[in-house]
Design a protein around this ligand. Structure first.
Ligand code: 3PY
Length: 274
């Protein structure tokens, strides 16, 4: 059985102090730390060099690697991927460039581009035009990705989340339009469940571009805490020799932080038992 590397998203721990969150995650067996920038500050530009290096030192000192960033535009204002407003598109490009620097400063390598609220196709706009605008915004970020050795992983999201880039095929199409080796795909179990019952099949079909992977369930809790069977998912990740992180991302905190963190790991390991 492949030895996967397990990460967890920092917003899972909500208002816990960082040392307490890292301590629980480490004891449970996670070694990757995925950062939602809004947990540090609403505006990434306000995070000073000192704060970046202190944060990185604390996370690495607790035995983690920083995986990278997700929820890139959550809680920001004035940025939008698919808008016909050229000034907003330019500002969005510049903000992504800043996030690439933040990602590198924190020791991360990948930025997950979900951010459904900032990419839904505006009323009256055509889908085709929306893809053109998104590709333009992201082409402008490529030099910063190259300079900081960071990749963007495009995250298709289900219809519950929004109407732009709902399938892996659409993610591949946008990547093609950007045309950079520094852009690939992010596969998320909750999102893929909206597309197909054959998640393992989607993993196999998109393994060539898969930069990152989120383990969760359509019920918005952790892997194995809902109806999705993770046995075929881990089998597929093993079969394609996935080398990246399997990172837990939850949206429903009702079970409590300890339960989400521990059950998710327990279920992921149990799903790989012969
Ligand atoms: O927007 C993001 O990055 C998310 O993780 C949403 O799934």
């Amino acid at each position: 059985m492949a030895g996967f590397r397990y990460g967890i998203c920092n917003e899972t721990f909500q208002d816990w102090p960082l040392d307490k969150a890292l301590d629980l995650a480490r004891r449970v067996g996670y070694t990757g730390w995925e950062v939602a920038p809004f947990m540090l500050a609403d505006d990434a530009r306000s995070i000073t060099a000192q704060q970046r290096s202190d944060y990185r030192r604390q996370v690495e000192g607790a035995g983690f690697e920083v995986i990278g960033l997700h929820w890139l535009l959550a809680k920001t204002e004035g940025y939008y991927l698919t808008t016909d407003n050229a000034a907003v598109r330019q500002a969005t490009t510049e903000y992504f460039c800043e996030l690439a620097r933040l990602c590198k400063d924190l020791g991360g390598k990948v930025m997950v581009l979900g951010s459904p609220q900032q990419r839904n196709v505006p009323e009256g706009a055509s889908m085709e035009q929306a893809y053109e605008f998104a590709a333009e915004v992201l082409r402008g970020v490529v030099p910063a990705l190259e300079a900081n050795d960071v990749r963007i992983a495009l995250e298709p999201l289900g219809h519950e989340e929004g109407n732009f880039m709902n399938t892996q095929a659409q993610g591949r199409q946008l990547r093609e339009m950007i045309g950079s080796e520094h852009v690939g795909l992010h596969l998320d179990v909750k999102a893929m469940s909206d597309e197909t019952d054959d998640i393992a099949g989607l993993i196999r079909e998109n393994a060539d571009l898969m930069l990152h992977f989120h383990a969760n369930d359509p019920n918005r809790q952790g892997p194995g805490m809902g109806s999705v069977d993770f046995a075929p998912i881990f089998e597929a990740l093993g079969a394609v020799e996935y080398q990246g992180w399997v990172s837990v991302e939850v949206f429903d905190y009702a079970p409590g932080i300890e339960t989400l963190v521990t059950e998710s790991m327990k279920n992921m390991l149990a799903a790989q038992k012969p």
